[in-house]
Design a protein around this ligand. Structure first.
Ligand code: FAD
Length: 538
């Protein structure tokens, strides 16, 4: 473990079965699937794990209530199967990543009587579709109970509510844990290394050119197969293979804003199934704050999309519409944007039409691209991709079939839901810190606690449970290479509270510099980069 050791394994000239490009939900999932089958895998991420779309999702593990409605209305079998798969995968994710995920009750407030049977029947169907993976039964709520469960929701004209259940998870840590679990299973994983070219022998792809994003060093890595799992950037890699290839990705942005926790009770989210322009809106509790999302605006391809004013105004307008609480820009603690990789199937009759499922494509020279889908279904997408890779690249492995259905990810194996009490007893943590460490690190929380005991037990910043010990842990055991990796992905601080992240940055820099032996120049570079990310766009 450790970046240098991993880089050595990528430089020693050995032949890999698979190089996976992209360390988001898709790439990390594919790496884990392939490594658990016994393949020799290299996972290459240009920035940090999940620095792209995969840390900017609504953090829901769901089948998609709205998709079900569309499936039923249009008698659409593909859409119906997607919801069914999503619900099945939801159940597996909640079991295999127990510390990073939880069931959450959602309330849909209803303002028209005729909506009551319609929405209730739809959500009952959602329960039925989840079959054995059902996580709770939907029920009708009276007006009074709706207001009790979700105080603040607009009471004027409220007739009733429907309560249903879905899953919620910490997306950035999930991607990291998938990558680290893949590493435990033998994969060589690295962040901050970019694929800058594809190698070909006799017209077939035989590997990649790699460039260390931190040092600029370039070298070559050979493999039997190369998988392009770069989300919004899939076409960039496809064009490295064939500059004339037709694009299959279009991008749109979705932003989220973070408000004070008073906008969402700790145990329930609000789901507005159809806003003025026909979108779904969520307001949900996340890490002791309220998360509101999302939007859908056409966007250019960029690594760090900037939230647009129209998107922020749209969300604030809707919060005001559905709440008795006043809200304006001064209430926003953080805002961030993610790019949706919308994919069209190059094999479809109408290639301009967006595919609803994920798409797997082989190029004539052997590049395998996987795109689309959603976080919830990363495991199923990975399974399909690795099954495909076996045939496409003629691979052989000790276990040719998928092994991840019952595989707990790092932190989840011996996770104890009541582990926070042990952390309080053994390490004297405040209850909020103990609960946060337990749900963030699962059965690894004690490792962080031990570092806290060695002089790193202070809160990184007031009013947040994040500890100094986590910086050390992230740099030592979780491949954090930049200050922003710690602030935006190893911990949720930058996504929750921009000012708190700004305050914490100098201490993060200090601890990382000491741990990783950074010189003055590197420290100056880090200082500049973290300021840029926290001021412009995460
Ligand atoms: C606003 C929004 C909300 C969403 N909410 C949900 C939700 O609640 N639930 C859900 O299930 N799904 C949700 N999704 C969908 C989900 O987030 C995405 O489907 C998923 O994160 C895509 O993952 P990915 O790995 O394909 O792409 P990414 O996460 O973008 O990963 C691609 C990676 O490839 C890397 N890369 C690019 N080029 C190179 C290169 N040359 N070399 C090496 N690496 C490279 C990038 O740096 C990036 O990290 C949401 C999406 C959006 C936009």
């Amino acid at each position: 473990m450790g970046r240098e050791k991993n880089l050595e394994k990528l430089r020693d000239g050995s032949l890999f079965d698979l190089i996976i490009i992209g360390g988001g939900a898709t790439g990390c999932g594919v790496a884990l699937d392939a490594a658990t089958r016994g393949l020799k895998v290299a996972l290459i991420e240009k920035n940090d794990f999940s620095e792209g779309t995969s840390s900017r999702s609504t953090k829901l593990v769901h089948g998609g209530v709205r998709y079900l409605e569309m499936a039923v209305k249009k008698l659409d079998r593909v859409q119906y199967n997607l919801v069914k798969d999503g619900l099945h995968e939801r159940g597996l994710l909640l079991k295999n990543a127990r510390h990073l995920s939880n069931r959450i009750a959602f309330i849909t407030p209803l303002y028209k009587w005729f909506d009551v049977p319609y929405v209730f029947a739809g959500l009952k169907f959602y329960d039925i579709l989840s079959g054995k993976q059902n996580i709770g039964h939907s029920r009708l709520l009276s007006r009074k109970e709706t207001l009790r469960r979700f105080p603040g929701v607009k009471s004027e004209g409220l007739k009733a509510g429907v309560l249903y259940y879905d899953g919620q998870f910490h997306d950035a840590r999930m991607a990291l844990s998938l990558a680290l679990t893949a590493e435990q299973k033998g994969a060589v994983i690295t962040n901050h290394v970019a694929v800058t070219g594809l190698l070909k022998e006799n017209g077939k792809i035989s590997g990649t050119e790699l460039t260390d994003s931190l040092t600029g060093e370039t070298w070559q890595l050979k493999a039997r197969g190369v998988i392009n799992a770069t989300g919004p950037f899939v076409d960039r890699i496809r064009m490295m293979d064939n500059p004339d290839v037709a694009k299959i990705i279009t991008t749109s942005t979705g932003i989220h804003i973070i408000l004070d926790k008073r906008f969402a009770p700790p145990d329930a989210g609000l789901m507005i199934p159809e806003t003025e322009d026909g979108r779904v809106l969520f307001v949900l509790p996340w890490e002791n704050h309220a998360l509101v999302g999302t939007t859908d605006e056409p966007a250019e391809l960029t690594e760090h999309p900037q939230p647009l004013d129209i998107e922020i105004d749209y969300l604030l307008r809707h919060v005001t519409r559905y709440f008795n609480l006043q809200v304006d820009r001064s209430d926003i603690k953080a805002v961030w944007s993610g790019l949706r990789p919308l994919v069209s199937d190059p094999k479809a009759a109408d290639t301009a039409k967006l595919a609803r499922d994920h798409v797997i494509e082989d190029s004539p020279d052997g590049l395998l691209s996987i795109a689309g889908g959603k976080w919830t279904t990363y495991r199923k997408m990975s399974l399909d991709t690795v099954d495909h890779a076996f045939k496409q690249f003629d691979l052989a492995a000790p276990k040719p079939t998928c092994q991840t259905e019952q595989l707990p990810i790092l932190g989840s194996t011996n996770y104890n839901e009541k582990g926070d009490l042990e952390l309080i007893n053994n390490y004297d943590f405040d209850p909020d810190i103990a609960a946060y460490l337990n749900r963030t690190y699962g059965d690894q929380a004690e490792q962080v606690a031990k570092l806290a005991q060695k002089g790193y037990g202070a809160r990184l910043v007031e009013n947040h449970p994040v500890l100094e010990a986590e910086i050390l842990y992230a740099a030592r055991y979780e491949l954090a290479e930049r200050v922003i990796d710690v602030l935006a992905r190893r911990t949720p601080l930058a996504l929750l509270d921009t000012e708190a992240a700004k305050q914490a940055a100098p201490r993060v820099l200090e601890i990382m510099a000491e741990e990783l032996g950074w010189d003055e120049q590197r420290c100056a570079e880090e200082k500049q980069l973290v300021e840029k990310r926290l001021t412009e766009a995460l």
